[in-house]
Design a protein around this ligand. Structure first.
Ligand code: DX5
Ligand code: ZN
Length: 212
């Protein structure tokens, strides 16, 4: 079954704890979008937010690092309770070293790809990753429109996985909701990251049932 990872960027942040408790029965993980105002044109959460989430939830937390210096932040997020660290291919000079370090800290290592970055840039790292996050919007904001040409990229990634016998998970992030979630799962997606699709979706319970 594909799982739902809830991006709190789309929650009502004046009531974060209440928001997470409200959607809790219908989600599997928390997705924490860490943005630095350099790699992406928005500035969001840091260690204190990860720590705050840990005070009221024991769900897995994925720290999606949209920052120019991810290597400097990895250890801190693991210490604050993140179970998975997602780093961008575009920000790592030594991606293999970065991935191996995340795993050595006891967290899952996922690598994210921007929409315009070719899948071929991951050829050499795929044997080492726990997952690939295919960005289906340009990172920076919740509530953007899904880029439909990413479907082909996801299909190719799923084909490489089965051809080579790899075990990594495929995640998608951006513009995912009621209209496209099941189609994405049929292409091979395991983890649906959703902001609006979770926190601003009156049909979330039905969507979760359909995914089951
Ligand atoms: C975009 C973030 C996403 C975003 C998803 O840069 O990485 O996680 O919050 O939000 P939706 O699902 O609303 O597009
Ligand atoms: Zn994200």
């Amino acid at each position: 079954m594909a799982i739902i990872s809830a991006s709190i960027l789309a929650a009502d942040l004046t009531n974060l704890k209440g928001e997470v408790e409200r959607v809790r029965p219908h989600i599997d993980e928390i997705h924490l979008d860490v943005m630095d105002g350099h790699f992406v044109p928005n500035l969001t959460f840091g260690y204190p937010m990860c720590e705050a989430l840990r005070t009221f939830t024991d769900m897995p937390i994925d720290a999606h690092l949209m920052v120019t210096n991810p290597d400097e932040l990895v250890e801190g997020f693991v210490q604050k309770g993140a179970n998975r660290i997602t780093i961008h291919q575009e920000t790592c000079y030594h991606l293999h070293r970065s991935v191996e370090r995340i795993k050595s800290l006891g967290a899952q290592a996922f690598v994210a790809l921007n929409p315009a970055t070719s899948l071929s840039t991951l050829d050499e790292i795929l044997p080492y990753v726990d997952g690939v996050l295919v960005m289906t919007v340009n990172p920076g904001f919740s509530g953007q429109k899904f880029i439909a040409t990413m479907n082909d990229k996801i299909e190719r990634l799923a084909r490489i996985r089965s051809d080579k016998g790899y075990n990594f998970k495929i995640a998608v992030d951006g513009g995912v909701g009621n209209e496209n979630a099941l189609m994405l799962v049929s292409l091979g997606v395991d983890i649906l990251v959703m902001g609006f699709g979770v926190f601003r979706n009156p049909n979330l319970p039905q969507l979760r049932e359909r995914l089951k």
